[in-house]
Design a protein around this ligand. Sequence first.
Ligand code: FES
Length: 95
Amino acid sequence: MNSITPPDKRVEFTFDGKKVIAISGQTLAGALLEQGVRTLRKTRIKGIPRGVFCGIGICFDCLVVIDGLPNQRACLTEVRDGLTVETQDGLGSLP
Ligand code: FES
């Protein structure tokens, strides 16, 4: 988000406990890339970091945990006020 973004277009959520301010209409992937976040999940066996690859919902490399629900694609999820987003470790687990 840049400084000329009107306040009414700003959306605030957290990623791994840190506050992120984005623009209404952005995807989580776009907002996090803008913040310099490259790792969104770690693979199940070796813990290898993965992030946005295709950006169109095909590769599933951008899986994150959103409000406690694992396996949510960041590239297909629009930012909303109050979302709690976390890096996914392996397959994730349900609450
Ligand atoms: S980046 Fe490929 S599914 Fe999201």
